[in-house]
Design a protein around this ligand. Structure first.
Ligand code: EPU
Length: 420
């Protein structure tokens, strides 16, 4: 049944919120666990839509998944029974492409439905394919399925033509069991890339340099598992709450964060005149009525994350003067703009540039989540707007935010979920 969120806006968020494990680390670590000829324990796994789908997929491939308390799971991939993931299995999950890297490394073949167009545009996988081919695999796309086969993978020097999170992780996964040394040049450096490397190293892999300009992977014969890995805090969820605190003129301490991962966001909030303080594993954000205009450009890490582009635009909607957001990762990420205009925002688009003229207030309206992060932006808009906001297509938000309403309610928000 379809569900929607109803928010009664205008209440400053106050209190503490605890950040969950990182979605984009979890959706890579779960397929990477298929490399292991045995069991691994993963802690801090978020209960979110994308993770549930992926766990179902790996079960269909023969892995056993045991849920323990406190967001801990055990994956036992000793006996894999299939190397195929059909369209039906993977259609709602782009991260299914990591199954290609793990299955071809572990059993020499993989067949996964092509990750199709998505909520914000075409998502090519040419750099993943380039990496697999460099390692000696044969790659074919037939009837919408990507087939990767290799009798054995052999280490290679790979230069990525675009900085891609997915290609970096996929090549790293595949190279873990390849013969000899693989180097990835021009890799992405997002925190979850380091987390996936730490997970694989804990299970017996030999990966150095994740998070730097060159990653070196010396192939090992087998991963035996047996270790425990705890997933890092979600950088984007943390940023979402930081922006929500600022947008509602609230006072929120965000706990279980790595402040270093949030530097680009903290810097922009400070530039807008918002108070941001941090220490150890927390960040406190105190919002202000008077906000300075700023210009933002999304970039690969350590730049400002594209996944926080829609949320930060909501905040800029009530800054003094004209701000801009330039999107340099996903060209079709602007679908949320029409929804935000329905709430009174003044935004003009010029190609990849959003020009935002600050208004005094947003006002509640019926809107929809056009993708996961656009949905998060609608929630922030609803929380900060005057009156009631109704957000449709909530399923998209559930893909990536654990216990969203509970966390917001604890901060004083009036938010409820109703079935249509
Ligand atoms: N690209 C290519 N060829 C490739 C791969 C990517 O041209 O083979 C291009 C893309 O078109 C894009 C850019 O490179 O313009 C970056 O894409 P990237 O591969 O880094 O994105 P991704 O791995 O598909 C992950 C996150 C996204 C996040 C991006 C950028 C996961 C599962 N998804 O996607 O997260 O926006 O990195 O940081 O890790 C989200 O969580 O809401 C989300 C969309």
């Amino acid at each position: 049944m379809e569900e929607k969120l109803i928010i009664n806006g205008g209440i400053p968020l106050k209190g503490e919120v605890y950040v969950s494990g990182a979605k984009n680390a979890a959706v890579a670590i779960i397929p990477a666990a298929l490399l292991i000829n045995g069991k691994c324990t993963i802690e801090n796994v978020p209960h979110i839509g994308d993770v549930e789908i992926l766990l179902d997929i790996i079960k269909q491939l023969g892995a056993k998944v045991t849920h323990l308390k406190d967001n801990t799971i055990i994956i036992d991939a000793e006996k894999l029974t299939s190397w195929k993931a059909s369209y039906e299995m993977v259609k709602s999950l782009r991260a299914s492409y990591y199954l290609l890297g793990s299955l071809v490394a572990r059993i020499g073949k993989a067949e996964v439905s092509f990750p199709g167009g998505c909520d914000f545009g075409y998502r090519p996988i040419d750099q993943h394919i380039k990496g697999f081919e460099a390692l000696g695999a044969k790659v074919e796309i037939l009837q919408g399925q990507v087939k990767v086969e290799a009798e054995k993978l052999v280490g290679a020097q790979i230069y990525l033509d675009v900085v891609s999170v997915g290609a970096t992780i996929n090549v790293m996964i595949a190279a873990t069991l390849a013969e000899g040394l693989t180097t990835i040049e021009n890799p992405a450096k997002e925190p979850h890339i380091v987390d996936v490397a730490n997970f694989l190293n804990a299970m017996g892999a030999d990966i150095k340099g994740a998070g730097t300009d060159v990653i070196k992977i010396r192939g090992v014969k087998e991963l035996k598992g047996g270790a425990v890995h705890s997933i890092i805090p979600d950088q984007i969820e943390a940023g979402t709450y930081m922006i929500a605190a600022a947008a509602t003129c609230g006072d929120v301490t965000i706990r279980n964060v790595i402040p270093k991962h949030m530097e680009s966001v903290s810097a922009k909030l400070l530039e807008m005149n918002i108070d941001v303080t941090e220490n150890g594993d927390w960040i406190r954000v105190v919002g202000k009525e008077n906000l300075n205009k700023v210009n933002i450009k999304t970039l690969p890490y350590p730049g400002f994350p594209t996944d926080l582009h829609p949320p930060i635009t909501v905040l800029l909607s009530r800054a003094n003067g004209t701000s801009t957001v330039t999107e340099s990762v996903w060209d079709l990420r602007f679908q949320y703009v029409d929804e935000l205009r329905r709430m009174g925002a003044h935004i003009r688009l010029e190609g990849r540039l959003a020009i935002i003229e600050g208004v005094k207030k947003l006002s509640g309206a019926p809107v929809k989540a056009t993708d996961l992060r656009a949905g998060a932006a609608m929630v922030i808009a609803g929380l900060s707007a005057e009156g009631s906001t109704e957000i449709n297509d909530v399923k998209l938000i559930d893909r990536g935010y654990e216990h969203l309403e509970e966390k917001l309610r604890r901060l004083g928000a009036e938010i409820s979920r109703v079935r249509k």
